[in-house]
Design a binder for this molecule. Structure first.
Ligand code: NAD
Length: 261
């Protein structure tokens, strides 16, 4: 089957509908905008907890990006998000599990509540959202893109539970790729390295520690710079595209060479 034919079939009735969680800032914002840039046939549900950043994301293409205020960890969050997609557009083609938190701590600094919140956002929410989206993704023969991290393949001193939560996301990606292949659903992940986003500020890390963290990241990045959110968004959009139709179960580093150094 030619790429063009596959693309035409995949857009089906004319729309390709994408859900991006954590779309108000950083990689999620860039990803929502990258999908919207693909053309008139794309609709993006930009999901996040606060209306204002989501409105900023939607400014790029208000006719294609729909802000949806929802918390992925709320008991009804996953169902609400999928319902929004189906009620507005009648289909769901791509789920990007991007929302994440990275509350740095040494082993001695973790609390039960802190670890619980970390896992609720980074691990439980993607599971429940993928589950809620399963019937719609089955109908569209859709794609799940998980946003992991390069350190999930290694480890991260002073951020161990975060790295572990993302290693679990890598594992989910591989298991789901096999489990959902008979349904025609592809499952992939991107594993960003050090990217210039507010994630550390969102975790409450002060400017001094953020600078030290940046220096550590730069020292571990062979390409010698911090990546841009748009560079990760590009990889997400490529892996989700119909042309990537034989790619599943892969965790793609987008990290300036960090994991291989
Ligand atoms: P970010 O903090 O800008 O983005 C995360 C977004 O998720 C924020 O907008 C946040 O409000 C949202 N979010 C958090 N909890 C949520 C919830 N319960 N419900 C809805 N939205 C929620 O940081 P980012 O760097 O863009 O992070 C995006 C993803 O990329 C995360 O999964 C992160 O772990 C991953 N990542 C980032 C880097 C990096 O260097 N920036 C590296 C590797 C992986």
């Amino acid at each position: 089957m030619s790429d063009t034919k596959r693309m035409n079939e995949s857009v089906g009735q004319g729309l390709r509908v994408v859900v991006v969680t954590g779309a108000g800032t950083g990689i999620g914002r860039a990803t929502a905008q990258a999908f919207a840039d693909q053309g008139a046939g794309v609709r993006v549900l930009a999901v996040g907890r606060r209306a204002e950043p989501l409105a900023g994301t939607a400014e790029r293409a208000p006719e294609r990006i729909v802000p949806v205020v929802a918390d992925v960890t709320a008991p009804d969050g996953p169902e609400l998000i999928v319902r929004e997609a189906l009620e507005r557009f009648g289909r769901l083609d791509v789920l990007v599990n991007n929302a994440g938190i990275a509350p740095h701590a040494t082993l001695g600094g973790y609390t039960r509540e802190g670890v619980g919140a970390l896992l609720a956002t980074n691990l439980t929410a993607p599971v429940l959202l993928a589950q809620a989206a399963l019937p719609a993704l089955t109908a569209s023969r859709g794609v799940i893109v998980n946003v992991s991290t390069a350190v999930g393949q290694r480890g991260w001193p002073t951020n161990s539970a975060y790295a572990a939560s993302k290693a679990a996301v890598d594992s989910l990606t591989r298991s789901w790729a096999v489990e959902l292949a008979p349904l025609g659903i592809r499952v992939v992940a991107v594993a960003p390295g050090a990217i210039g986003t507010p994630i550390a500020a969102h975790a409450g890390i002060g400017p001094e520690r953020r600078a030290a963290l940046r220096a550590w990241q730069l020292a571990h990045t062979p390409l010698g710079r911090i990546g841009e959110a748009a560079e990760v968004a590009w990889a997400v959009a490529q892996l989700a595209s119909p042309q990537a139709s034989f790619v599943t179960g892969v965790v793609l580093p987008v990290d300036g060479g960090a994991v291989v150094s």
